[in-house]
Design a protein around this ligand. Structure first.
Ligand SMILES: Cc1ncc(COP(=O)(O)O)c(C=O)c1O
Length: 400
């Protein structure tokens, strides 16, 4: 059976991170794992908190019946109550459990939200650079992703966002701490964004929803915290997961939290539960709903990422590769340095990644995140591997 041509095209253009991941596996087989420095994928390598395995064992030995049965599409009430407590604390707004819908990771949650709100021809704005999958998620539901370049320091360009809003804009996705830049948006940016959306509503009549994608909220450095958004814009939904903060990406457990003061907020929550069903997720995984209800206050030791960040920044400095200091998440976004010994287009991020590969360093070109001229390094690999990459980076930097 032939694959639909548009899917073939999208697959060809969107598979670069996975391609890099597969190339990394091949290189490791060829040269040995110690000699390949794989900064390509944001797959947390820290073990989840011990309590998670303890609960898994307990649940495995439990005689409770119907542990694996279907449940309401929105999830177990106890889990939704726990998530309501979590997000209420983060947003400073009391959220009833009726406004939580459990989802299959942040990605599943975002797809359920987009399915619930998009009509054909709608646009969704995002500040670039951005997590590459957003384009596919929006397209899944008949929408178009419109990118608005961030400011030079990767903060939101509020004026440019205001200029990009129009009658077709249904939503804006924000992601803080950001993948790929590690930027955390300030409370002031949130306030300005809210005011811009209010002005747009007053002139255009359409309410634009903020979708705040927050899987990295807990992973921050130097005591920084992520500001709430509900106080600045009521038509906001948070989508998040435990993929990154509890190192559970393969378990596909996340949630949507809808601001109770949003227009028709309860109807929206019911719609997200419905779209979770009709997208074929049906409900978020039962076992991990029980686990996160009990373990959401646990954490892994994020200071490990902070230390790796310091080591990698020192190496990049020594290699002459400029970067933006990340405030959160576990990505370093680096500018392609000036060429001294190679020829070709200045700032060619794909060529620079190919060059790094010769030194067995795997990085992802920024153009895949909507920002050519930059590359992304994911430092969720061991401190040892980062330290061992030093010579390779220095050689690669001086030969470029
Ligand atoms: C910004 C961002 N949003 C969403 C996701 C998807 O997260 P999940 O695995 O919880 O679906 C990722 C995964 O890397 C991400 O970086």
């Amino acid at each position: 059976m032939p694959v639909a041509p548009h899917i073939s095209d999208f697959m060809a253009s969107s598979s670069f991170i996975r391609k890099m991941f597969e190339e990394g596996m091949q290189l490791k087989q060829q040269y040995g794992a110690d000699k390949v420095f794989d900064f390509s994928i944001g797959n947390p390598d820290l073990e989840p908190p011990a309590k998670i395995n303890e609960m898994l064992r307990e649940l495995g030995e439990s005689h409770e019946s119907r542990l694996h049965a279907y449940m309401p599409n929105a999830g177990y009430p106890e889990t939704r109550k726990a998530m309501a407590e979590k997000v209420s604390g983060e947003q400073g707004v009391e959220i009833p459990f009726t406004h939580i819908v459990m989802g299959c990771g942040a990605a599943g949650a975002m797809n359920s939200v987009l399915k619930a709100i998009l009509s054909p021809g709608d646009e969704v704005l995002v500040s670039a650079p951005y997590f590459v999958e957003y384009g596919q998620y929006v397209r899944n539901h008949g929408g178009t992703l419109v990118t608005v370049p961030a400011r030079e320091d990767f903060s939101l360009d509020i004026a440019a966002i205001g200029a990009a809003l129009n009658g077709k804009t249904a939503a804006i996705i924000i992601n803080s701490p950001n993948n790929p830049t590690g930027k955390i948006y300030s409370s002031d940016e949130m306030e300005q964004l809210g005011k811009t959306l209010e002005a747009h509503r007053a002139t255009c009549g359409r309410t634009v929803m903020i979708i705040s994608d927050e899987p990295y909220r807990e992973i921050t450095y130097n005591g920084k915290t992520v500001s709430p958004i509900f106080p600045w814009w009521k038509d906001t939904v948070v989508v998040s997961s435990f993929a990154k903060n509890l190192s559970l990406p393969g378990e596909r457990i996340g949630y949507t939290a809808i601001c109770p003061d949003a227009e028709n907020s309860l109807e929206l929550a019911e719609a997200v539960a419905y779209t979770t069903r009709i997208l074929g997720f049906v409900n978020a995984p039962a076992t991990f709903q029980r686990i996160v209800a009990a373990c959401w206050k646990e954490s892994v030791d994020y200071s490990v990422y902070e230390k790796r960040r310091e080591i990698l920044m020192e190496i990049l400095d020594a290699a002459g590769i400029p970067f933006l200091t990340p405030e959160g998440a576990f990505y370093l976004f680096c500018r392609v340095p000036e060429r001294k010994h190679t020829t070709g287009e200045a700032g060619d991020d794909a060529a620079f990644c190919d060059h790094l590969k010769k030194y067995r360093i795997l990085a992802v070109p920024g153009r895949g995140f909507g920002k050519a001229g930059w590359i992304r390094l994911a430092y969720c690999i061991s401190e040892r591997s980062i330290a061992l990459s030093r010579d390779a980076f220095i050689q690669a930097g001086s030969a470029w």
